[in-house]
Design a protein around this ligand. Structure first.
Ligand SMILES: Nc1ncnc2c1ncn2[C@@H]1O[C@H](COP(=O)(O)OP(=O)(O)O)[C@@H](O)[C@H]1O
Ligand SMILES: [Mg+2]
Length: 511
């Protein structure tokens, strides 16, 4: 290994000089700017994942690097020399192979003819050397994990994934210095993806620089040495797979903050906080049995009308129980009204802020204090400063953005109002927090904050039962999910069983 090659943190070799150095690359189509001053270095022996939403400019940038398009401005150096490609063949002669997103296999030709299109091997007499072509085609196909394909077959008769492999083999056959793969795996089977990955790893070993464009973040995280995210024509991040996550990458791609990333909690299966046995209200919900463990966040999912709110209302003493029973900390629990529930440590944050009992003209401080007034009652008038400092501590820890806590709550954004309602609920020091659509109608930033607040409260041992109609929210936060359908329990999924598909399948179950 030459002495100017250093090991980067991901183990890939980085030559002192990049193979490709792009600076200030910009491109507009009829006045519409698609790339703004892109700087990108690509090193031999490195796989760079290029990520971005549709339309971010990934393919356009690749067309510029490979000669298919000319940039409006900016420079490209190849191995230290400035280059200016006029067309694709200039790029190919310079050692750049581009496997396009769209298939361009010629259907009427054989697999072998496609692989050697434009550069058929010849016999000394000038005829196409079919024997050599077939043999080397076979070897090429094997290299990309497509050894099972017959080089003599008509390419048009192959399925999309096989045609894709021909394109990859064709690019590999040119022994490129830079290999660009634009969504190569979209039509491959999982087995083909595996073989293709081994080819990419071998090419990296051999010193090829590789750009891999994909929408499959797991693939990018598993294969690449470096991940570059393009958003609206500009590079917004460069990350190492070991130091990032799916959520972070999605946040980079979309420009929206990462929502909460689920982290497992240690929950004692025997520490049952709330138990429901054959609970019915005689109207909306029927025969529901479930348990919530201490410190657990149990999701309650269902379609509109499934009975989520009604079930929470029964637990909170708003709606009378017709049959069945409840226990709280293994003791019978039958609150006749919400104040009894609150006394037992069960607090509800209801659906919809407007109905949640906020007093719009009253201050943030008064609104936060309402349900904990009882706790302050004996010293309410004598110790307003104690109350004020406690509320201040809560509003600060929940990141409520406001000028001061004496301003009317109605002057806060929806997300911040919801945080005040959370502050109120948490200040009552509940054992069990019932949440009904806790982030409905709040923006993504406040949503992420609320998720953190809920997760942190659970970490401290608070038990949470959270009704939600958003599957991503359930997946972001819950340790398990109970799915209701038409007033009945359709099933409970453990964390390891939770997926959008399974949750929705249960939600649509007809009993
Ligand atoms: N030849 C073209 N003429 C006009 N607009 C184009 C052309 N090629 C791409 N675009 C536009 O440029 C933007 C970026 O496209 P593209 O580079 O294909 O993005 P990506 O590959 O990231 O999905 C899109 O808005 C697309 O419509
Ligand atoms: Mg594209």
């Amino acid at each position: 290994m030459p002495s100017n090659i250093v090991e980067n943190a991901t183990g890939a070799s980085r030559a002192g000089q990049p193979l490709v150095r792009a600076r200030g690359v910009a491109k507009a189509f009829s006045g519409n700017a698609v790339l703004h001053s892109v700087d990108l270095d690509l090193y031999p022996g490195e796989v760079v994942g290029l990520l971005g939403e549709n339309g971010a400019g990934k393919s356009t940038l690749m067309h510029i690097l490979s000669g298919g398009l000319v940039a409006d401005s900016g420079t490209i150096d190849l191995a230290g020399e400035p280059v200016r490609f006029g067309n694709v063949s200039d790029g190919i002669s310079a050692g750049i192979s581009f496997v396009h997103q769209e298939l361009s296999v010629v259907g009427a030709l054989s697999v072998a003819e496609n692989l050697y299109l434009g550069r058929f091997p010849r016999t000394p007499l000038g005829f196409v050397d079919k024997v050599l072509m077939r043999a080397s085609s076979k070897a090429l196909l094997e290299r990309v994990g497509a050894g099972a394909l017959d080089p003599a077959r008509e390419a048009g008769s192959l399925r999309a994934g096989e045609q894709q492999l021909i394109e990859i083999a064709k690019a590999a056959g040119r022994q490129p210095r830079l290999l660009i793969l634009d969504e190569p795996t979209s039509s491959l089977t999982p087995h083909e993806v595996e073989s293709f990955f081994s080819y990419v790893r071998n090419a990296r070993e051999a010193g090829t620089a590789i750009i891999f464009i994909t929408h499959r973040l797991e693939e990018a995280l598993g294969l690449c040495d470096r991940l570059v995210v393009l958003r609206n024509g500009a590079i917004v991040s460069e990350r190492k797979p070991a130091e990032t996550s799916r959520e972070q990458l999605i946040a980079d791609m979309t420009g929206k903050p990462a929502i909460y990333d689920y982290k497992p909690r240690a929950i004692d299966e025997n520490a049952v906080a709330l138990s429901l046995r054959n609970v019915s209200d005689g109207v909306h919900i029927e025969d529901i049995s479930l348990e919530v463990r201490r410190g657990e966040v149990l999701g309650l999912f269902g379609l509109v009308g499934a009975g989520r709110t009604e079930l929470l209302d029964v637990i909170h003493g708003v709606r009378p129980l017709k049959s069945g029973y409840l226990t709280l900390n293994k003791r019978t629990f039958s609150p006749r009204d919400p104040s009894e529930a609150v006394k037992s440590g069960v607090v509800l944050v209801p659906e919809g802020r407007k109905t949640a009992g906020i007093l719009p003209q009253h201050s943030v401080r008064d609104n936060a204090a309402i349900s904990s007034l009882r706790r302050f009652a004996s010293r309410f008038f004598s110790d307003r400063s104690g109350e004020a400092s406690r509320i201040a501590a809560f509003t600060k820890s929940l990141g409520i953005r406001m000028a001061n806590d004496m301003q009317p709550i109605s002057t806060l954004s929806g997300g911040n109002q919801q945080k005040v309602i959370f502050a109120r609920a948490l200040m009552a020091e509940p054992q069990l927090l019932l949440l009904d659509e806790p982030t409905h109608g709040v923006d993504v930033g406040a949503k992420a904050d609320l998720y953190t607040i809920i997760a942190q409260a659970a970490e401290r041992g608070l038990t949470v039962l959270m009704a939600s109609s958003e599957v991503p929210e359930i997946l972001a936060l819950c340790d398990r999910v109970a799915v209701l359908s038409k007033g009945r329990l359709a099933g409970i999924l453990e964390r390891s069983e939770m997926s959008e598909d399974r949750i929705l399948t249960l939600a649509f179950r007809e009993h």
